[in-house]
Each structure stands twice: as structure tokens, then as C-alpha cells.
Design a protein around this ligand. Structure first.
Ligand code: FHN
Length: 420
């Protein structure tokens, strides 16, 4: 568990009106696609126990050797329009892409580093530029993942708990590193149009020293909001909230720790198999049914769902992932009304499922129920009940604060039963 930033040093943060509006939009959007794509994608995670994007650390590849991966990174199969089309078909409303992961390699045209896709690969182009153009053209919001920890930058010192074999000098100027980080963030917020959010990760590298204040998070957050007041900020792994954050991130788990959640919007990020980056060996895919059920379970907990894919080194999305996206999109075409624009509740998550609501309707999402009737405590007077899949009425009785619904029988291939 982390140690909170000293509250005496924390300055109050008053979100701008456009930031508050952006939070509402974020919550309305509900479903995003996460992309882990970088030099590491070329190694397919072979032999890396933690995950494909951790291969530099896991296999103890030194900085100079790892850097060579750039010499033959040439994702000529990348087509931003195709990506965006697939994400839209999945029903996603936003994209979060790794602008720089822990290896320190910038997947965009960075002027403050040569360790980027334009300056050090044969590809020479900026895929983030193309992605930003396509995403904006087709109405998807673009967010940037940014790793604070950096296994490449010489001034990232003192090192944290990782990156001890990289052959970097055991010295560096921490403040210079922070300046570099903020300069990269400034590029990301000025080169690609409106940015939905910055998705921070890697601050925990400094966890052992408990020197949280080293990060100067509030200074960085302030700069972000000055550049784009509506840009949301998250710090992955919700443990404590630093003033300036605009939503809370949970990784591979549904938000459960209700008493600590507070007011900020929530998001749960999840992998399709076990790896964030492209893996040649991990075929342990969750079924589409499991993924849709998790999306629904997240919505019922008032949380967004961010589903990850690791594009291949040629810039294409893995075909099995495209198939899954299309299947999720099919489901959302029918049931999207019960997800987009809703908030969790009014009924708290139950063993049979969850509920969501908007101004007109309550949606009962049944994930697990086989009996003939389902009894739910609900004081709101109900006028009608409809099976969202068939648009047929569902029989119900409402008495003394409880509603009893005729249960819908699951077909084998059905993911969730939804009653409006
Ligand atoms: O170390 C990273 C990991 O590679 C991946 O980026 C995930 C995504 O949420 N976050 C970190 C682990 O917490």
C-alpha cells in the first residue's frame, strides 16, 4: 500500500467547468480501447513472465542492446483508419495509447528525445499523428498513456525498484528528468489536438523510497490543465488521490473499495489474455461473454471499462482481437442503451447482476439467474418492464418496495439478460 502525499503540501485544485463537463462525457462514454504498442511488440513477450512490454526488465536486456530494436522497427502495416473503424465497430468511444511505456521509447515525434519512432526507426513517420487525425475525424476521443518511470533516460535517477541492469550511469539529475517528462507531456498536449486524458503509470517505481513528493505531481498536473483544462488525469492503481486528478484507475479489477472511492469517475482496465503488449505465447483469452459481463459489471459499479489490445509489430491488430471487438460491438448495438450515458445503480451490485440507470429508465442486468422469478428491492414506481433483446414486455409485480420480475431464460450463446 502507498503512503499519501503530505496533505499539508497538497494544494487545493478547483476543476475548470470544461473539466467537469469532460468528466460527465467520460462517464457517458463508458467503453474505451487501450493500446500497448512499442519496440517491445517485436519480441512478442517470449520468455517474459510479467508481460510483453516488460521484456527489457524481465530478460535483463541492457539499454544499448534494447535500443537496437528501434533499428528494425518498421510497422508499415499500420493504418489508423482501419484501427479506428475496428474500435468504432466495437462500440468504443475513446482510445488510450502508450505514448511512452517504461522502456522510455516515444511512439510519437518527440523533439526533446531522439529515442522516438520518427528519429530512430526506418519507419520515420508519426503514427500518433495519424491516429489522432482519424480518431478526431470519426469522433473517438484520444487519451495518452505516459510512463513516469523510464528505463532509458540518463537522468531518471535515483532508480526505483526496477531497471537496475540497464548499464546507465549511477547518477543523474532528477529535476532534469522531470523537466524532460513535462516537455514530452507538453508536446503530447500541443501536437495532437484535444486530448481526452493523460493516463499516468509508473510512479510506483519510487515506492520503496516512499519519496512521493519527488514526482512533483501537482506541478505536472497544473501544467496539463493550463494547456488543456478539459484533459482528464488519472494515476493508475487507485491508492490515494492527489489534487488535480480527475478520475480513478483500477487495473484488472472491478472497483470494490467503495468507502475510499469518493467522487471522481472510475475506470477499470483489463487485458483480453494476460498480457498488455503483443504476446506470441499467451493464448489464455477470456471469452467475449466474460468481457461483456465485465463491461456490464463495471457499468453497474458506475465505472468505465477500458479493454486492452497489443498491436503486432507490423502495426496491425491481432485478428482474434478484431473478432472479439466485433462481437462486443454486436452486443452493444442491441444493449448499448443500457450502458452508454448511464450511471451505476440504483440497486447495488448483487449476486445475480447489476443495475444501471438514466433519467428515464432503470436497467436490470442479469448475469447469473435461472429461477422463474427475480425479486428486487426497489421503491421507484415502475410503469413497464421490457426485455431489451426482444422488445417484448416482461411480467412484473411491484409491492411494498419490492419488484418481482418474471425471469428471462438464458439462451446458450447469450451474455447478459437486460430488462428495462
Ligand atoms: O507496468 C505496467 C504494465 O506494463 C501495464 O502498462 C499496466 C497497464 O495498466 N500498468 C502497469 C502495471 O501496473
Amino acid at each position: 500500500t502507498g503512503v499519501a502525499i503530505d496533505p499539508d503540501k497538497a494544494q487545493a485544485y478547483t476543476p475548470a467547468p470544461e473539466n467537469l463537463k469532460a468528466r460527465e462525457r467520460f462517464q457517458d462514454n463508458k467503453f474505451g480501447i487501450f493500446l500497448h504498442w512499442g519496440l517491445y511488440s517485436q519480441l512478442g513477450g517470449v520468455g517474459s513472465p510479467y508481460g510483453a512490454e516488460w521484456i527489457m526488465e524481465d530478460l535483463r536486456i541492457s539499454g544499448p542492446k534494447y535500443q537496437r530494436l528501434a533499428e528494425f522497427f518498421n510497422p508499415t502495416g499500420f493504418n489508423a483508419e482501419q484501427w479506428v473503424k475496428a474500435f468504432k465497430e466495437a462500440g468504443a468511444k475513446y482510445i488510450v495509447i502508450t505514448s511512452k511505456h517504461h522502456d522510455g521509447f516515444a511512439m510519437y515525434d518527440s523533439k526533446v528525445s531522439n529515442f522516438d519512432i520518427v528519429d530512430s526507426t526506418p519507419y520515420k513517420k508519426d503514427p500518433i499523428k495519424e491516429l489522432a487525425n482519424s480518431a478526431h475525424k470519426h469522433g473517438l476521443q484520444l487519451f495518452f498513456y505516459y510512463s513516469q518511470l523510464d528505463w532509458h533516460h540518463p537522468d531518471y535517477y535515483p532508480w526505483g525498484r526496477t531497471g537496475h541492469y540497464t548499464k546507465r550511469e549511477k547518477s543523474g539529475d532528477w529535476e532534469k528528468y522531470l523537466q524532460f517528462q513535462d516537455a514530452q507531456l507538453k508536446e503530447l498536449l500541443t501536437q495532437y489536438g484535444p486530448i481526452g486524458g493523460i493516463w499516468f503509470d509508473g510512479w510506483w517505481d519510487q515506492e520503496d523510497s516512499h519519496n512521493w513528493d519527488n514526482w512533483q505531481l501537482q506541478r505536472t498536473y497544473k501544467m496539463i490543465h493550463e494547456l488543456q483544462p478539459a484533459t482528464l488525469i488519472v494515476n493508475n492503481h487507485h491508492r490515494f488521490t492527489v489534487p488535480g486528478e480527475d478520475y480513478q484507475g483500477f487495473e484488472q479489477q472491478l472497483p470494490t473499495n467503495q468507502e475510499r472511492l469518493g467522487e471522481l469517475p472510475l475506470e477499470m482496465a483489463q487485458t483480453m489474455n494476460g498480457s498488455w503488449g503483443f504476446s506470441l505465447t499467451d493464448d489464455n483469452y477470456k471469452t467475449t461473454k466474460e468481457l461483456v459481463q465485465t463491461l456490464v459489471s463495471a457499468a453497474g459499479r458506475n465505472s468505465n471499462y477500458l479493454l486492452n489490445t497489443g498491436p503486432m509489430p507490423n502495426g496491425k491488430i491481432q485478428p482474434e482481437n478484431l473478432k472479439t471487438f466485433a462481437e462486443i460491438g454486436q452486443w452493444l448495438k442491441v444493449f448499448g442503451k443500457s450502458i452508454y450515458g448511464t450511471r451505476g445503480g440504483p440497486i447495488s451490485p448483487q449476486s445475480w447482476g447489476v443495475s444501471t440507470h438514466n433519467d428515464e429508465s432503470i436497467f436490470i442486468h442479469i448475469l447469473n439467474w435461472q429461477a422463474d422469478t427475480l425479486s428486487i428491492e426497489l421503491a421507484t414506481p415502475i410503469k413497464f418492464a421490457t426485455n431489451l433483446r426482444t422488445s417484448e414486455p416482461v411480467n412484473f409485480k411491484q409491492l411494498e418496495g419490492a419488484i418481482t420480475l418474471e425471469s428471462l431464460k438464458f439462451d446458450n450463446d447469450e451474455y447478459v439478460q437486460v430488462i428495462e
